[in-house]
Design a protein around this ligand. Structure first.
Ligand SMILES: *Cc1c(COP(=O)(O)O)cnc(C)c1O
Length: 229
């Protein structure tokens, strides 16, 4: 894909975000666009960066590590895919934020690795807000304990929550899932005092539903780069 084609696609995504914000009475500056570059070459990262996007998302650790080594684009790298504990160390060493933290064990490994690096590692907790058996993420009832554990990790910075809506042709399913994540955030924020400002929710198919329910970060792949290769 050349830059002109990308620009047209990115403009269209931005105008969907702006339209949804307008409808919801929200400031469009409150919704960040994360370019999901998984399955696309390093050039995809460069297109996103040239357009002015600040961050890219990858869902496999090794693919992200390899891609990052092959581009010098000044973006931050976020892991959005399921993370196994045997890859946690590599992820902490190579990503700027990890959105898929869904267990205490994972949080502990990330915390230890970040400590060794002398850095504070930003994370999101992935919550299975749609109660979807096919999705990873901590179950909503276990989220308070996971948050307590993560807040107790000296080298982790918990920015907020992430979820993926169940696959469905009915937009109401995604919307309910996103509303549920927001309610979970509001409850957790109240009970712990942590701001949990980031709500990472919404992908190509459900940007509008996510923005309507308070998303601050939409993760968009195919609408920007075309179908995955
Ligand atoms: C692939 C992926 C996305 C982007 O999906 P699109 O439908 O291509 O926009 C967003 N979030 C996660 C966790 C993903 O794995």
């Amino acid at each position: 894909m050349d830059y002109e084609e990308f620009r047209v696609r990115a403009d269209a995504v931005m105008s969907r975000i702006r339209g949804a914000c307008e409808k919801a009475g929200r400031d469009a500056a409150g919704v960040e666009l994360l370019a999901v570059t998984k399955s696309h070459p390093p050039q995809a990262v460069e297109l996103a960066s040239r357009y002015g996007l600040k961050s890219v998302g990858e869902n496999r650790v090794q693919e992200g590590v390899d891609k990052r080594a092959r581009t010098s684009a000044a973006v931050s790298w976020e892991l959005i895919g399921h993370l196994q504990s045997n890859k946690a160390r590599l992820a902490a060493l190579n990503f700027d934020r990890i959105q898929s933290v869904d267990s205490v064990k994972l949080a502990a490994i990330l915390d230890r690795t970040a400590g060794e690096m002398g850095k504070s590692l930003p994370i999101l907790l992935q919550v299975n807000a749609g109660l979807d058996p096919a999705k990873s993420g901590v179950e909503p009832e276990a989220a308070p304990a996971l948050l307590e554990a993560a807040l107790g990790c000296a080298n982790l910075r918990v920015d907020g929550l992430m979820t993926i809506a169940p696959l469905s042709d009915d937009p109401a399913v995604a919307r309910r899932t996103f509303a549920s994540l927001r309610e979970i955030r509001d409850r957790l924020s109240k009970s712990t005092g942590a701001a949990l400002r980031v709500l990472s929710m919404g992908m190509s198919a459900d940007i509008e539903e996510a923005v309507a329910e308070g998303s601050t970060l939409v993760r968009v792949g195919s609408a920007l780069f075309g179908p995955r290769v």
